[in-house]
Ligand binder design. Structure first.
Ligand SMILES: *Cc1c(COP(=O)(O)O)cnc(C)c1O
Length: 378
């Protein structure tokens, strides 16, 4: 394979900070680099309270405990998303009510959500697909009207904005991912953002294995013990040190990714104009954080052929998200509604190689080969 789908980008400072963390002999969680990372997000984006986690999956599981999910509660989640968005709530006994995607974007179709709300509904979990914001004004309005929690799955949405507000700052809770396929990485990694004051104290306890250890270390209580549910959700300082190096280079990383995104867009625009593919739409209330570049093929068969053609040229392209409402684990639990758009993205969407160190030359080759495919096909 000449051009892979993803290659983690190193800023150069990661090993230096890891060395500092190791030398300090504070290797467990919630040390200097964890606190620096929390402060970075609080200052740059105005997040109320941040807690680094070992993954976005962990942050979603914390959310599920934090909002008090009990067996039988219903949670509204898009079907076109990663497994963890739903699984985190199913672990606590929730029934997932799947929402369909928009006709022009994989984000959930907010105009169809109200019809899904019942007296058992506890939360809405919007996923900002490709870092493009869901219609948060409408989601927050519904949440207020029906007394629901909103957990933003902002795994892909670091450094993106909805009507000028940073994604992750709007819902009661928000979760981020620093998995190596995301914009900002720490190998595996994530973060829970707590914007609702009333949830902050408990979030910290859940984070620290159900103990009030953080309050103890701040001198607020004179002994610490088991006070609630929890688990070990905090990453070690070695991971936080890696992350902090990435955060310091956020601007550079984002600028380069936006360049790559624009090059793909301009290079593939002629094919859209010829009606052969569809390019990502820019929802007007959102910024684009250049998390990924995808195109939409006109059929499942064309997509399969395009993947094979690119592969024969040494280029790795990938599709993703098998609609969760049809997954082997949930198909029998789903309420049988058809989710046409979710299935559409499952069958038509194709992601192109996208990473900081993708060279101009490599990118030109990807664009050229996609043009070649459609010339040969005609
Ligand atoms: C990547 C991703 C996750 C999972 O993140 P991890 O850090 O790997 O647990 C969850 N939801 C969405 C939408 C994602 O893209």
């Amino acid at each position: 394979m000449k051009i892979g789908f993803n290659k983690p980008h190193l800023t150069g400072k990661e090993t230096h900070y890891i060395y500092e963390a190791v030398k300090s002999l504070h290797l467990s969680g919630n040390g200097v680099f964890t606190k620096k990372s929390h402060r970075f997000f609080q200052e740059k984006y105005g997040f109320k309270n941040c807690l680094l986690t070992s993954s976005c999956t962990d942050a979603l599981e914390m959310s599920s405990i934090l909002i008090g999910i009990e067996p039988g509660d219903e949670v509204i989640i898009p079907s076109y998303t990663f497994v963890s968005t739903a699984n985190a709530f199913v672990l606590r006994g929730a029934k997932i009510v799947f929402a369909d995607s928009l006709p022009n974007h994989p984000n959930m179709d907010v105009s169809k959500i109200e019809a899904l709300i019942t007296d058992k509904t506890k939360a809405i979990v919007p996923v900002h697909y490709a870092g493009m914001a869901c219609d948060m004004d409408e989601i927050m309005r519904l949440a207020e009207q029906y007394n629901l929690f909103v957990v933003e799955d902002a795994a892909q949405a670091v450094d993106s904005y909805y009507k000028g507000k940073p994604l992750g700052s709007i819902g009661h809770l928000a979760t981020f991912s620093f998995h190596e396929t995301k914009n900002i990485i720490s190998g595996e990694g994530g973060m829970l953002v707590v914007n609702d004051d009333s949830l902050i104290e408990r979030a910290e306890i859940i984070w620290e294995k159900g103990t009030n250890r953080s309050a103890f270390f701040r001198g607020e209580v004179n002994k610490y013990g088991w006070v609630d549910l929890g688990s070990s959700y905090l990453p070690s300082e070695v991971v936080a040190a890696f992350l902090y190096a990435q955060l310091e280079s956020m601007e550079d990383i984002q600028n380069r990714r936006k360049e790559i995104w624009n090059t793909y867009y301009q290079g593939l625009l002629p094919l859209e104009e010829q009606g052969k593919i569809k390019l990502p739409v820019h929802l007007e209330h959102s910024t684009n954080n250049a998390h990924m570049f995808y195109l939409l093929c006109d059929s499942f068969e064309t997509r399969t052929a395009l993947i094979a053609y690119l592969k024969s040229k040494g280029i790795q392209s990938v599709f993703h998200y098998l609609s969760l409402h049809k997954s082997p684990f949930y198909v029998d639990k789903h309420d049988k509604r058809e989710l046409i758009m979710s299935d559409y993205y499952e069958h038509h969407l194709l992601r192109l190689p996208f990473f900081y160190d993708l060279t101009q030359e490599e990118q030109n080759l990807v664009i050229e080969e996609i043009h070649n495919f459609y010339t040969l096909e005609a």
